[in-house]
Design a protein around this ligand. Sequence first.
Ligand SMILES: CC(C)(COP(=O)(O)OP(=O)(O)OC[C@H]1O[C@@H](n2cnc3c(N)ncnc32)[C@H](O)[C@@H]1OP(=O)(O)O)[C@@H](O)C(=O)NCCC(=O)NCCS
Length: 158
Amino acid sequence: MTSTSPVVPRTPAEWDDYFDLRWRVLRAAWHQPRGSEKDDREADSEHLMIVGPDSRALAVGRLHFNTPAEAQVRFMAVAPEAQGRGLGSTILREFARRARAAGATSIVLNARDDAQRFYQKHGFVVVGPAPTIFDAVKHVRMRKKLERPAAGGSRGQG
Ligand SMILES: CC(C)(COP(=O)(O)OP(=O)(O)OC[C@H]1O[C@@H](n2cnc3c(N)ncnc32)[C@H](O)[C@@H]1OP(=O)(O)O)[C@@H](O)C(=O)NCCC(=O)NCCS
């Protein structure tokens, strides 16, 4: 069975697999070279992936902070055979939890037209245009406000 808990890539092989999935899902169909799936924020970002029974990456995503108040999600990618099973949602929810815990008040992202509804289901709203990439893939800017963690402890926890 697939473990649906997101993990941070650690070994060189896990990092290769993580970036390979990004490239296959987000770059290969547009004939973009290896390396185009990375930007200059990799070192100061948070990276998560969900692996399958063979320990290969099935879903990946990345979180970084534009400012202490504003987090950004990039490079959400789920392997085609694993899409629609909640893996992308699991990663996105974990990023929202981490961003909120770090004190951010909102998360932004540039959503592909195709993925807009997915983000809307997670409470993101369209706030403006975003660049079209590879002269082909249209994006919109989306934002989700993060609620403050509830004050006080949770009840009924002994
Ligand atoms: C978009 C993506 C990250 C979503 O991850 P996922 O694991 O497939 O999505 P989930 O199974 O968690 O879906 C959650 C909900 O969003 C919906 N959804 C998922 N992908 C969708 C899409 N592309 N368009 C519309 N709705 C979508 C699902 O139907 C599901 O709805 P439900 O809760 O009513 O059943 C993934 O499909 C993907 O990698 N797509 C290709 C690359 C891409 O577009 N990445 C985003 C770049 S901005």
